[in-house]
Design a protein around this ligand. Structure first.
Ligand code: BGC
Length: 731
């Protein structure tokens, strides 16, 4: 008899339900906490899994209770959220997505897994794969942004990164694809609200990332808190049991979200905890996180004949198998056995700085006259606002986020909470020791006091440049952080107006650095700032990375993976809209438009400037007549006409011109990166497997259909900036 069958044959019902229960320590709690003595329950075998505990000391201590003092000695599975780094915090996922580099996506997860495992963990509740097109929702920060194709690539890289080649390795963590599925389109962008989307949108936009995670071998998966078209995901039989376990063969562990099984009562589909436990078990949820519904509800349900022991055993078997795959039976202390060497940690910090630099998005960089006195010879003296010229002697570093080290952590800091973070001011001090740095916050991030504005603005007098650091507090995005007014909080707009007016009166350029976990609605700022940077939340090395970009040590190369709206009324706004029967035409009243704002975003998906100036030419697409098994070779010539080396991200979109169902105006299908020195030219190449041009037909089955498809290549999803060629698909 193998280990798992052997254990199952000896387990009492209470011990079985213990394996299906996960309880929090008090480390980081996002919902109600179960009272009681978990320590005794571990010894009794009635709690088999823990979350929110870190450090080899505490995790091994708990593990010892389970392994050495419980009757059957089954090791605990201990998990924690590692959303953007464990102790060494990296940029938030929304920022990291815009790096468009699979090696980076994978490595940050690998580094986080090493750190997490060194802290005694074997499981993390990541990656978060919720496509998000509504910036009111705060969990935009945790995910990939608006695009499903990109989400698929991130899903694969993250699963590889967390789990490594061997789940049993001392530095591997079981990953958890979450939140299954379509959590992003919560009504009104309001956290935990209901979701109502079409079956087509579900299949085209929200399911592919999870299918990719399953194909990549993800060990666990978490249903979302939300209800989808009337069925809460924690009890969603068609999607959990039929789609995931059935059609996609997922045989890993499904872990409920925090307290979510009990919340089936609030959803109004369960009358009590017994009902709730039955619904979740029938849907295929293996582990009950923090609801205590399985321990209390399943014994009753079993007695009533509403669930069978076989159904319970199937869940226990999956949990025990995961523990076995993680090597926990062989050596439960393997993770956390050895502290990481200081050199390894130092190297990781250096890497975090590199990643943070790559995640910075330069939204705007205006040309301006170099000399303060408007020269008649303006053209010859023109330069972009950034990088800062080496002639800068006095620099104003203003705003409530200028010296806000702890905000740099972003919304899900996990075990990095007490690590020192580098503020913008500290980063600039280190980078520019000879420059006179003047600093004032002006206002707090989010209160009504504007008493400090005048003094902050006055610091601009005589300065060579102004860096104004604005945006959200880290906790204004992330879980439970929806915003109905996602612009500048508090009195920051007043600060920006005063500072920009004062600086511009003297011809002093103002660079605005925005911190946020979502695109912000900032049309005024985008119009007035001379340079505008989306710094999101960049993690432990934020200030150094920002200084590297401001001073021109590196060229920015990050792209936004969510569209930035001009007005909140445009939300949800994303590039892959379907066509209208009455496309926008300013000359025709009865067309698809707003009366008071343009249709297009302020900054489109993929937008992000560099310090180079790239010209695109000579798009080549081969072959022109394409069969399903062909791989289409797409290439474009790029020339850097700027004065600095820079790396450009080139996007490949497609447009299926005539299909049986309406197709998006643009669909991302690839990207390439090319670094070019000033004056240098090169070719960016992207391979497009023709099979990716199949789409879901009227019956939602994939079809590969003869007809014309446009291939469009360029620097962002802005249609006017794309080169296009048409190919013919042959059946
Ligand atoms: C969040 C999950 C998270 C869990 C455990 C919940 O509130 O929705 O994303 O994994 O807490 O911390």
């Amino acid at each position: 008899m193998n280990r798992i069958d052997g254990l199952l044959s000896r387990m009492t019902l209470a011990e079985k339900l213990g394996q299906l229960t996960m309880t929090a320590s008090s480390y980081a709690v996002t919902g109600p906490v179960i009272a009681g003595d978990s320590t005794q329950s571990i010894i009794d075998g009635t709690i088999g899994n823990l979350l929110n505990m870190v450090g080899p000391g505490p995790t091994h201590e708990m593990q010892r209770l389970a392994v050495e003092r419980s009757r059957l000695g089954i090791p605990l599975l201990i998990g924690l959220d590692i959303i953007h780094g464990h102790r060494t915090l990296f940029p938030i996922p929304l920022a990291e997505a815009g790096i468009f580099d699979e090696a980076v996506w994978e490595r940050t997860a690998r580094e986080a897994a090493r750190e997490g495992a060194a802290d005694g963990l074997a499981l993390t509740f990541a990656p978060m794969l919720d496509v998000s097109r509504d910036l009111r929702w705060g969990r935009t920060a945790e995910g990939p942004g608006e695009d499903p194709w990109l989400n698929v690539r991130i899903a694969r890289a993250k699963v590889r990164g967390f789990q490594g080649a061997d789940l049993a390795a001392a530095d591997a963590l079981a990953a958890c694809a979450k939140h299954f599925v379509a959590y992003g389109p919560v009504a009104g962008g309001r956290e935990y609200a209901a979701v109502d989307i079409s079956e087509r949108t579900l299949r085209e936009v929200h399911l592919p990332g999870f299918a990719a995670a399953v194909e990549a071998g993800v060990a666990t998966l978490m249903p979302s808190f939300t209800d989808l078209n009337g069925v809460p995901m924690t009890a969603h039989v068609p999607l959990l049991r039929d789609w995931l376990r059935g059609a996609h063969g997922f045989d890993g562990v499904i872990i409920s979200d925090y307290h979510a099984i009990a919340e089936l009562i609030n959803h109004g589909v369960a009358a009590d905890l017994v009902d709730a436990a039955v619904l979740a078990l029938k849907a295929g949820v293996d582990i009950d996180m923090m609801a205590d519904a399985y321990r209390h509800g399943l014994p009753v349900a079993l007695e009533q004949g509403r669930v069978s022991m076989d159904e319970i055993d199937a869940c226990v078997r999956r949990v025990l198998r995961l523990k076995e795959q993680l090597g926990l039976f062989d050596d439960p202390y393997r993770r956390g056995a050895q502290a990481e060497a200081p050199a390894v940690i130092a190297e990781r910090h250096a890497y975090a700085r590199d990643v943070a630099r790559k995640a910075i998005v330069l939204l705007r960089n205006e040309l301006r006259n170099e000399s303060r006195n408007e020269s008649r010879n303006a053209l010859r003296n023109e330069r972009e606002t950034l990088p800062l010229p080496s002639s800068v002697k006095t620099l104003c570093v203003l705003g409530p986020l200028a010296d806000a080290a702890s905000e740099m952590k972003g919304p899900w800091w996990g075990a990095g909470e007490h690590e020192p973070h580098v503020s913008v001011l500290a980063g600039l001090r280190a980078a520019l020791p000879d420059v006179d740095l003047r600093h004032a916050p002006g206002v707090a991030i989010d209160d009504a006091d504007d008493g400090g504005i005048a003094a902050a603005a006055a610091l601009c007098d005589g300065a060579d440049a102004v860096i104004l650091c604005l945006g959200e507090r880290a906790t204004m995005s992330g879980e439970a952080a929806s915003r109905a007014h996602p612009g500048l909080p508090g009195r920051q707009q007043a600060l920006a107006e005063a500072v920009i007016a004062r600086a511009h009166a003297q011809g002093t350029p103002v660079t605005v650095i925005l911190f946020s976990g979502r695109p912000l609605v900032i049309p005024w700022l985008a119009d007035r700032a001379d340079a505008l940077i989306a710094a999101w939340f960049l993690g432990v090395e934020a200030g150094h990375a920002i200084a590297d970009v401001l001073t021109g040590q590196v060229s920015p190369s990050g792209r936004t993976t969510m569209s930035w709206p001009r007005a909140l009324g445009q939300v949800p706004i994303h590039y892959a809209q379907r066509p209208s029967g009455r496309p926008m035409n300013p000359a025709d009243y009865y067309t698809s438009k707003y009366q008071d704002v343009a249709n297009d975003p302020l900054y489109p998906f993929g937008h992000g400037l560099t310090y180079g100036r790239f010209r695109y030419a000579d798009l080549r697409v081969e072959p022109r007549n394409v069969r399903r098994d062909d791989v289409i070779d797409v290439s474009v010539e790029l020339r850097n006409d700027g004065t600095r080396e820079a790396e450009e991200t080139v996007f490949l979109f497609v447009r299926d011109k005539v299909a049986q169902v309406t197709r998006p105006l643009l669909e991302l299908k690839g990207y390439a990166k090319l670094k070019l020195a000033p004056g240098q030219a090169g070719r960016a190449r992207i391979e497009l497997p023709a099979a990716e041009l199949a789409y879901l037909g009227p019956d939602l089955e994939p079809v590969f259909e003869a007809g014309e498809v446009e291939i469009l290549v360029g620097p962002s999803a802005e249609r006017a900036g794309l080169l296009a060629e048409t190919i013919a698909l042959l059946e």
